[in-house]
Ligand binder design. Structure first.
Ligand SMILES: *[C@@H]1O[C@H](CO)[C@@H](O)[C@H](O)[C@H]1NC(C)=O
Ligand SMILES: *[C@@H]1O[C@H](CO)[C@@H](O)[C@H](O)[C@H]1NC(C)=O
Length: 820
């Protein structure tokens, strides 16, 4: 001990030695450079350069997986500790913690025997062909009501929370079913609880009037302490049958497999009539215990419809509760919470006031509830790759609280969707929105980069094709979080800014600065104040127009031949928005500090300068704003024979792209969403000629972008309108109506209608009509199909793509309530 200390003291007194170089006899001697000296110098220099550049590379390669700063810890609000944070399953709950206990639901219609595994419902799958499902009410904190319409029957899943004690309190689920067809139905409902690498759960089996049954699960985990899950006997009058299994799974993504491993099937009742029962058995788990990460307990209840089951979770740290949250107590709580929800909804989005029917109001409530109820808590590591690395590496472990675009098809965080999501969520619950935004900004690395798709943990990864897992640090995605933050800042004008809001802005500011700078530097374009999306494939010969996934608009046509000469109008407009928002945040966080505020003010001024914008992006002969790059319109796909690599084999036929005319540097001739950006982001001055042109073109004589169902993504006259991008890729942003862009369009129309200017009347007319078209069609499609959709067909108005898509399509609530 003392030795160490001594050494420390010595180090404190350490002085740098000074070296004096002297010739042996002290006299000066003339030194002449010889060729050999140059050689040494050169070699030394080379070695020096190699070492420095190797070090530089090593250093840079580490930046990609180094967080910007220590993670922002959110003060734990125990009211929001438990939640439906597993949007990828039809019904499931967990806590906001890395290795949470999870609970979930599966169900199976009995009687039939299947060749392979029976069609048991668990994770939201489009292939399940469920007629309709989704939250009809969900307040994000205390309760939720979800309807699931299957062929011949309806299920309802409800939950209510009661927060008390130290660990997020109690909750109860009610699962009820009723028949909707003629055929009587026997259903098995499987409730499960599973650990995720820590904690214990144990079944308690007791004998009752119907024989032995699981009556409780008792357990303890680090964050929950002790708890009990109770299964009160249901009072449906009919006899229920019970099965249970206590087993193991390799992880949360393998829970259904674990159930199948414990499952058997037997024939019941008279022979000849199909009457099979799939049931769980409590045989010992066959999973290799070294691989088993989760303990799982299943509770299977088989019953005839109608039925009602309550499942009660009680926290051990709440000792003096007076009633069981089940039966009438549950019903009473739920009714009160639903009442409160309805009142808050009407106060926030006064739709009845605006004359909407009860059906339309319910539609809007479902849209909001699904977005809120679709918020997930994920934990894990992304796979990232830096240009300085030869192979992908794991990112740091981090939690992410985020809404998801689609519970079935995209049940994870997407950077560019999230900004749109938070536009709606922040109107409902600003604090919740701030928490989500902070959570996303925890993903900023030391370079200032955020991966655009967040695939965290086994459950999330199990849903993603391998080629999309790796995130590259050269690739951007529209910084839409600025849209949400800007909207939150606008909210401060109406409600005064609280201490918490101030703290929020202070916390996010340094990260936003880094993020902004990353865009400003790495996505810069060929000429000053132009920008270019990276990530286009210049070598592909199979794409009609090489995709720009990074822009979010995937196959929307850009310059036909990707090159460094490109400049992208949409990215430039996003940067203008970002700079303007940064300026506003800097004004709150560093009032009067011109060192902080000025750079953003300057950049914003330049990026919104209408003349410079025209110079860089206005194509005078086309009369549209556009990208610039190496481009030709005359491209088409053609089948071609390629000699096989195996001698003697037949040639391989591939579809490749051919060009009729040589590409040249020019404005890119496509009229669609990208051309609208200076209008969408409201950069154009109210008296701008270009604004006038855009407004006229929106609904010109030829209906270029206008349809009865919203604005289509690409003009009907465009050569790539509704064209496939490759033989396997159907059109995606080549005509389809997307709601996020339409939201920006109605928002902009309202802005120009409300701002005095020569075109405000025209903007007002278009606004009213576009808004009506969107709402009417989306509502009609919801009634017809039961869902909100990823996008809508521009010819028929039909919903298409994935469903339910209550990510940005849920912005219809804001369009209805005119809150932009
Ligand atoms: C963004 O980049 C431009 C061009 O390099 C630069 O002039 C400007 O100051 C930058 N803006 C900010 C806020 O850093
Ligand atoms: C445009 O693309 C073509 C085909 O790849 C190429 O030959 C040509 O050099 C490019 N032109 C410019 C200006 O980059």
């Amino acid at each position: 001990m003392s030795g160490t200390r001594k050494r420390n003291v010595q180090r404190d007194n350490l002085q740098l030695p000074t070296y004096v170089s002297k010739n042996r006899n002290g006299s000066k001697k003339k030194f002449r450079l010889q060729p050999v000296h140059f050689m040494f110098l050169l070699v030394g220099l080379c070695i020096g350069l190699i070492v420095t550049s190797a070090y530089d590379r090593w250093y840079r390669s580490r930046l990609v997986y180094t967080p910007f700063d220590s993670l922002i810890e959110h003060e734990d609000d125990m009211n929001k500790f438990w939640g439906t944070y597993r949007p990828q399953v039809y019904m499931g709950m967990k806590t906001k913690s890395p290795q949470s206990l999870v609970t979930g639901l599966m169900w199976l219609k009995q009687n039939k025997k299947f060749k392979g595994e029976p069609p048991m419902r668990h994770t939201c799958e489009q292939g399940d062909q469920i007629l309709k499902y989704g939250w009809v009410a969900h307040d994000g904190v205390n309760f939720g009501i979800q309807d699931i319409a299957e062929r011949g029957y309806m299920l309802r899943t409800e939950f209510v929370k009661r927060v008390n004690g130290d660990h997020g309190g109690d909750w109860t689920w009610r699962i009820s079913g009723r028949q909707t067809g003629k055929e009587p139905i026997t259903l098995s409902v499987f409730f499960y609880a599973a650990t995720d690498g820590q904690g214990v759960i144990q079944p308690v089996v007791e004998s009752g009037p119907n024989g032995l049954r699981l009556t409780k699960i008792q357990g303890e985990t680090e964050e929950l302490g002790k708890f009990t899950i109770k299964f009160p006997e249901e009072n449906s009058g009919k006899k229920s049958r019970y099965h249970t299994a206590t087993t193991k799974a390799e992880g949360l993504h393998k829970i259904k497999d674990a159930a199948f491993m414990q499952m058997q099937v037997r024939e019941e009742g008279p022979k000849g009539k199909e009457n099979y029962l799939y049931y769980l058995t409590d045989a010992p788990s066959r999973i290799d215990s070294k691989k088993a990460k989760s303990d799982v307990i299943f509770h299977q209840v088989t019953l005839e419809l109608p039925f009602e089951i309550d499942i009660v979770f009680e926290s051990g740290s709440w000792t003096n509760r007076r009633s069981l949250l089940a039966g009438d107590v549950f019903t009473k709580h739920l009714t009160q919470l639903k009442d409160k929800f309805d009142k808050k909804f009407e106060a926030t989005f006064p739709l009845s006031d605006k004359g909407y029917s009860q059906g339309e109001v319910d539609f809007a409530k479902a849209a909001l509830s699904n977005m809120i109820g679709g918020i997930g808590y994920f934990y894990g590591q992304s796979v990232v790759q830096s240009v300085y690395q030869s192979a992908p590496v794991l990112n740091w472990e981090a939690p992410l609280l985020t809404a998801v675009p689609s519970r079935s098809f995209f049940p994870r965080g997407f950077l560019w969707d999230e900004g749109f999501h938070q536009l709606l969520i922040s109107k409902w619950d600003r604090q919740l929105s701030e928490e989500v935004i902070m959570s996303w900004l925890n993903m900023v690395n030391l370079e200032g980069w955020i991966p655009r798709e967040q695939i965290l943990g086994d459950e999330a990864r199990s849903k993603v094709p391998a080629e999309f897992v790796v995130q590259r640090n050269t690739n951007a995605n529209p910084p839409t979080l600025f849209l949400a933050i800007e909207s939150i800042l606008q909210g401060f004008d109406k409600q005064s800014i609280t201490e918490q809001d101030r703290k929020f802005l202070k916390t996010i500011y340094p990260r936003l600065k880094a993020w902004f700078n990353w865009f400003n530097v790495t996505q810069s374009g060929p000429v000053q104040f132009s920008y270019r999306w990276r990530g286009r494939d210049a070598k592909t010969d199979s794409e009609l127009n090489p995709k720009t996934l990074t822009s979010g608009l995937d196959d929307f046509p850009r310059a036909s031949h990707p090159s460094d000469d490109e400049r992208h109008i949409d990215l430039r407009c996003w940067m203008a928005l970002a700079a303007g928002t940064m300026e506003k945040i800097a004004e709150v966080v560093h009032p009067g500090n011109s060192h902080e505020i000025e750079p953003y003010r300057q950049t914003h001024k330049i990026l919104t300068d209408n003349n410079l914008l025209k110079e860089l992006h206005w194509s005078a002969d086309l009369g549209v704003f556009s990208d610039y790059g190496n481009h030709t319109d005359r491209v088409y796909l053609v089948k071609k024979d390629f000699p096989s690599s195996q001698p003697g084999q037949r040639p391989i036929i591939r579809t490749i792209r051919a060009t009729r005319t040589k590409p040249k540097l020019q404005f890119v001739k496509n009229f669609g969403y990208v051309s609208l950006f200076p209008f969408l982001i409201q950069i154009l001055k109210p008296d701008s000629q270009q604004l006038h042109q855009i407004l006229q073109d929106l609904k010109g004589e030829d209906d270029l972008l206008w349809s009865n169902f919203g604005l289509r993504s690409l003009s009907k006259r465009d050569p790539l309108y509704r064209k496939r991008n490759t033989e396997h890729d159907p059109p995606y942003w080549r005509g389809q109506i997307w709601i996020n862009m339409n939201f920006l369009a109605v928002r902009a129309l309202k802005h120009y209608a409300d701002t005095p200017g020569p075109y405000s009347k025209l903007a007002g007319e278009l606004y009213a009509e576009l808004r009506r078209n969107l709402v009417q069609n989306m509502y009609a499609e919801y009634v017809r199909t039961g869902y909100l959709w990823e996008n809508y067909d521009d010819v028929t108005g039909k919903g298409q793509g994935s469903r339910p898509f209550t990510g940005w399509s849920a912005l219809v609530v804001l369009i209805m309530s005119e809150q932009y």
